[in-house]
Design a protein around this ligand. Structure first.
Ligand code: C5P
Length: 393
């Protein structure tokens, strides 16, 4: 597991929603990523999550009373200020309303009044959620600078369907990871292609390549984390669409080209991370090609070069391409950079096969830039984005 939260102290506020049981899994996920997690819990929250579980797992005393007996510590002022992040998951309608009003009657609301910022993950019954008071309160907290990971639609513990479920733990973890990444792409539009393309021979067979899409998806995730408006145009992969972006799935080069040009206007950074097929059959058979003893000859023609067409259109301010090479890495990549008139190119040595791996090493090359990067694809993605946006790496 990538230690994306190494060295971070996180205070997890737990309130009295049935979904509080998920906060234990959430705490573990944060710890797996290297975070040191403390727990603050409301009296109702304690009915759902036993203190012993929180204390044992977090390795810290649980903050369960604003005024603890026999303790000189004023934890609502100390704990809130020593942690890097205060996150309330789940946050009930009641707790949200109290925070809006500045009430500080339990460890969670008292910490909120002291810190005044953090992440809030509402979870409640659908009618409580849809009550104008709650909707307004959530809006107020957003305006005050809290990051809201909104409830999701689905089956609720009370048996009804509707909005009010705690967001997926996986999603909340991602929001926490992204919380610590600076917003250096705020207001920027980033369009990214990723994954392999498929060129059909007949209705059931196609030519493709082993691209996993991981690098393009990592770039998309990190661009979202850095505050960009992101569109990810992806060939078929086994990856889940990342949260917080517009996702367009395509199969063929022609579909990818169309999706790119449909979304290109006003793009600040175009990143062509897709492994776009270079050839497509001249003719696609209407019916499944019959197996014959003598075999078949397939005639292929070139596909359009999407990234070159994007450069020629002048619609993207900065264009970054990829060069997968097996020899003379830098020389070949530099040739590609100038031939395709790209602003930047990321050169990968694919001799030993990097497809599908979670780690990568590459060289990002620009007119006045040549920088070696290595690490997890997410780490490298963040460095690439910083390099192409002119942010200090
Ligand atoms: O020419 P080559 O395929 O090596 O160039 C790689 C770069 O060009 C990558 O950024 C890839 O996404 C892009 N490309 C493209 N359209 C193609 C082939 C490659 O956009 N038909």
């Amino acid at each position: 597991m990538e230690k994306t939260l190494e060295g971070k102290k996180i205070l997890l506020g737990i309130t009295g929603s049935i979904s509080a049981y998920k906060s234990i899994e959430f705490l573990r996920e944060l710890q797996k990523r290297g975070a040191d997690v403390y727990a603050a819990v409301t009296p109702h929250g304690l009915k759902f999550v036993p203190e012993l579980v929180l204390k044992t797992l977090s390795g810290h005393e649980v903050y369960k009373e604003v005024v603890p007996e026999n303790s000189p510590e004023i934890r609502h002022t100390t704990l809130g200020s020593i942690v890097d992040l205060f996150i309330i998951a789940p946050a009930t309608a009641n707790t949200i309303a109290k925070i809006v009003c500045g009430i500080a009657d339990n460890p969670v609301t008292a910490t909120a009044l002291v810190t005044g910022k953090g992440i809030i993950c509402p979870a409640m019954n659908v009618n409580m959620y849809n009550n104008p008071a709650t909707l307004k309160n959530i809006e107020i907290l957003k305006e005050r600078g809290y990051l809201i990971v909104d409830s999701e639609e689905g089956e609720l513990a009370c048996g009804v369907k509707g909005k009010g479920r705690l967001a997926d733990i996986e999603k909340i973890v991602q929001v926490v990871e992204f919380y610590f990444i600076p917003d250096f792409l705020k207001g920027k539009k980033v369009l990214i292609t990723a994954g392999p393309t498929r060129e059909y021979i007949d209705p059931v067979r196609f030519i493709s390549n082993p691209s996993s899409g991981k690098m393009g998806y990592a770039l998309a995730e990190m661009a979202v984390a850095a505050g960009a408006d992101v569109i990810l145009v992806s060939g078929k992969t086994y990856l889940k669409s990342p949260y917080g972006l517009n996702f367009v799935e395509v199969e063929t080069v022609e579909e990818m080209r169309k999706a790119v040009f449909d979304n290109l206007d006003g793009t600040d950074i175009f990143i062509s991370a897709a492994a776009v097929g270079d050839f497509t059959p001249v003719r696609v058979a209407d019916e499944k090609i019959k197996k014959t003893e003598e075999g078949i000859v397939l005639k292929l023609k070139r596909t359009p070069d999407i990234v070159s067409e994007v450069v020629a259109s002048g619609k993207a301010k900065t264009v970054l391409g990829f060069a997968a090479e097996t020899e003379n890495l830098i020389e070949n990549a530099r040739k590609k950079l100038s031939k395709k008139k790209l602003d930047f190119i990321v050169a990968n040595n694919v001799k030993n096969g990097i497809f599908g791996s979670d780690n990568t090493s590459c060289i990002v090359i620009g007119k006045n830039l040549e920088k070696e990067l290595s690490g997890t694809k997410r780490e490298v993605a963040l460095s690439i984005l910083k390099a192409v946006s002119g942010t200090k790496v």
